[in-house]
Design a protein around this ligand. Structure first.
Ligand SMILES: CC(C)(COP(=O)(O)OP(=O)(O)OC[C@H]1O[C@@H](n2cnc3c(N)ncnc32)[C@H](O)[C@@H]1OP(=O)(O)O)[C@@H](O)C(=O)NCCC(=O)NCCS
Length: 207
């Protein structure tokens, strides 16, 4: 049976859904833009911000977003049944219009605009993924490197300017979402639901 919940907050529609008994778990002071869609086995830690038009579909595996990370407008996040969850660690920035599928993004990395990252790929701690890159299935970006291109290659260690860029985006986005709260935008809350263990990470009975 399909279960979902659309809640109205003032005149705004909050698109945070349960799916087969799994509801997103949401930490404190989290901003989820009112038109972002978030469903299923998704764990969102404190001070995360998820911006306008994002889709995060945790329906066949698990998804975790670490504290103080930001997922910018029009990004699309999904997972692969039985194989690839999606892990975003703390203080990560996912820029506008990024496609993330079943991959791992380590602490403090910045993924540039309009990038695609495929199943099993891993972006190391503090990496900079240049705008418009394609990280093919299983690609590994070593920590603190610049990776760029379609398909992406490792360009080398980050220079001081690139390090400064990577370090500047996530705290800025923590401040942005605080400004939205100050302006009266709602903090995100999770719908009421059970949280069956191990969730969809244990596999899903889809064909
Ligand atoms: C990577 C970036 C920061 C440029 O950094 P930079 O210090 O000026 O880098 P350079 O121009 O010296 O380029 C270094 C190498 O990466 C390559 N490169 C840089 N940006 C690239 C891109 N977007 N796509 C493909 N290759 C790229 C350059 O061609 C160069 O390659 P080479 O060493 O083989 O010649 C910039 O292109 C970028 O992608 N910024 C991210 C923007 C973004 O999404 N911001 C989020 C806003 S919140």
């Amino acid at each position: 049976m399909r279960r979902f919940e659309v809640r109205l907050a003032g005149l705004r529609c909050i698109l945070i859904y349960t799916f087969q008994g799994m509801a997103p778990r949401i930490g404190s002071r989290v901003f989820i833009a009112p038109d972002a869609t978030v469903l299923g086995d998704v764990a969102i830690e404190d001070d995360v911000s998820i911006w306008f038009g994002c889709v995060m579909r945790g329906d066949v595996n698990a998804m975790r977003i670490g504290a103080r990370s930001n997922i910018q407008d029009l990004s699309c996040l999904h997972v692969t049944n039985h194989q690839w969850p999606l892990v975003i660690e703390e203080e990560v920035s996912i820029a506008h219009h990024v496609m993330l599928h079943g991959c791992t993004i380590r602490r403090g990395a910045l993924v540039g605009m309009s990038t695609t990252i495929m199943d099993g790929a891993e972006v190391g701690e503090g990496c900079l993924v240049a705008a418009g890159s394609l990280l093919k299935q299983g690609f590994k970006a070593p920590p603190h490197t610049l990776v760029a291109g379609w398909p992406a290659k490792v360009k080398g260690e980050l220079d001081p300017g690139q390090l400064a860029l990577v370090a500047s985006v996530w705290p800025r986005y923590v401040r942005y979402k605080e400004a939205y709260f100050k302006d009266g935008w709602a903090m995100a809350t999770a719908p009421q639901a059970a949280f069956p263990e191990p969730g969809f990470a244990g596999g899903h009975p889809y064909p």
